[in-house]
Ligand binder design. Structure first.
Ligand SMILES: Cc1ncc(COP(=O)(O)O)c(C=O)c1O
Length: 423
């Protein structure tokens, strides 16, 4: 078998892949498309003026921001471009949302959070405990390492106003069924806020089909610039409090939710992402509307990622010194290419640092999902090692990773044996 995607075309779009490194820290940050770099540079060169002026160039710059909103609208399949709110990062997007929702909560209300979430979708909501809101945790099932709907239902009641959940954990790598979760949450009259950061670069998001109220993603992990997108249903955005100047009325959507304005030059790059996915879809035999081509692009991504993921899972699963932190099999492409593991007798940092010699970038730690790591009792030995792949990684790179890890593991066994003979 060979790569399941046109790697020559794909890799040719990302200049950062030509620096001799094997980049497998993509859930930390992906590479940006050349077309995104060109857009940023073009904006700074030709349109770098303040919005809101009556002159033509100012309006052109403003239109560039609108095009970015339309691009993000296509990415999540929102009904309206105005349902897209930009910020500098998902952490900021969620903190802004919490600030804008505060007046909707009162003492006695409840919020459900999940132990599997990145701290971004926990800390911002825990603040509400100060006003008498009760926070309850939906735990990750310790056996299947997934969120189980059966564990959510007993937590729900008419006191619950909001359920916050990750689409994919940045450690466990498996996709949660957000459509089913949203259906249950809505049955109780609550809203749902989904952290889609680790999902969006790998599979097509569809907020309308899934009936999601709020959805967040970071574009610097999604082949784009360092900024984030918060999607919100238009009628829910209208209900939010303005968090810009006090003269911004409630009806000013999305402006009232973008304090200080979005970063114009970075947001100008956003159309590069759907354009690339559409081209990938077209080259993979997709047909139809922009959205259909974009989805075909994601199907091509899924094929390549499945191929790579299965290879890594097979390798780790066959070693008796490795334990995978997350589901060990990829059922129906639900296992995204974020694979964490621990190695008996070795520190996670030791393994990652040993990879430097091979110019392979992987990461160790708790990944700001400290509560999950604690609940799994996985914090000793400096947390977990995480391999996070993207569709632009190749099978050759995965084999180089496996060879390097094998050498590091064998080296450790050799040292252990040497230690035994000395004893
Ligand atoms: C699952 C998940 N959620 C949220 C975040 C925070 O994103 P940002 O860095 O854009 O604030 C991250 C960052 O790694 C993440 O992996």
């Amino acid at each position: 078998m060979t790569d399941q995607i046109d790697t020559e075309f794909v890799r040719g779009q990302f200049p950062g892949l030509s620096n001799g490194w094997i980049l497998m820290d993509n859930a930390g940050g992906s590479q940006i498309l050349q077309s995104g770099i060109d857009r940023i540079s073009g904006f700074l060169t030709n349109e770098f003026v303040q919005h809101g002026g009556s002159y033509e160039l100012s309006q052109k710059a403003e239109n560039t921001l609108h095009e970015a909103r339309c691009a993000a609208q296509l990415l999540v399949n929102a009904e309206l471009a105005e349902e897209i709110i930009f910020a500098s990062s998902s952490t900021v997007s969620i903190a802004n949302l919490a600030r804008a929702m505060k007046s909707q909560f009162a003492a006695g209300d409840e919020i459900i959070l999940s132990t599997g979430d990145h701290e971004s979708n926990i800390g911002a909501w825990e603040q509400f405990e100060k006003i008498g809101v009760t926070v309850k945790f939906w735990p990750v099932d310790p056996v299947s390492l997934t969120l189980k709907l059966d564990d959510l239902e007993p937590l729900l009641s008419d006191k619950v106003k909001l359920v916050c959940v990750h689409h994919v954990s940045n450690i466990l790598g498996v996709a949660n069924p957000v459509k089913e979760i949203a259906e249950v949450v809505h049955k109780y009259g609550a809203k749902i806020c989904v952290d889609g950061v680790a999902f969006a670069p790998h599979r097509a998001v569809d907020v309308q089909d899934w009936d999601i109220d709020f959805y967040v993603m970071s574009l610097y992990k999604f082949y784009g610039p360092h900024c984030s997108v918060l999607y919100g249903k238009y009628e829910l955005l209208l209900e939010l409090d303005p968090i810009y100047h006090n003269f911004y009325g409630k009806e000013i959507v999305p402006g009232k939710l973008e304090p200080g304005d979005p970063n114009y030059e970075l947001t100008s790059a956003i159309p590069c992402i759907p354009e690339y996915l559409i081209e990938l879809g077209r080259r993979s035999g997709g047909q139809g509307s922009s959205r259909e081509l974009l989805c075909a692009g994601f199907e091509a991504i899924t094929r390549q990622e499945d191929y790579l993921v299965n290879e890594v899972l097979r390798f780790l699963g066959a070693r008796n010194n490795c334990s995978i932190v997350g589901p060990a099999v990829n059922v129906n492409s639900s296992r995204l290419p974020i694979i964490s593991f621990k190695v008996g007798g070795m520190d996670a940092d030791e393994i990652c640092q040993a990879m430097d010699k091979y110019k392979i970038a992987i990461r160790f730690g708790e990944f700001h999902a400290n509560r999950l790591i604690e609940s799994l009792k996985a914090s000793e030995n400096n947390g977990v090692v995480r391999i996070s792949l993207a569709h632009y990684n190749t099978i050759e790179e995965v084999r180089a990773l496996i060879a390097a890890l094998t050498q590091v593991f064998e080296g450790q066994r050799y040292e252990e044996n040497a230690g035994c003979s000395q004893a």
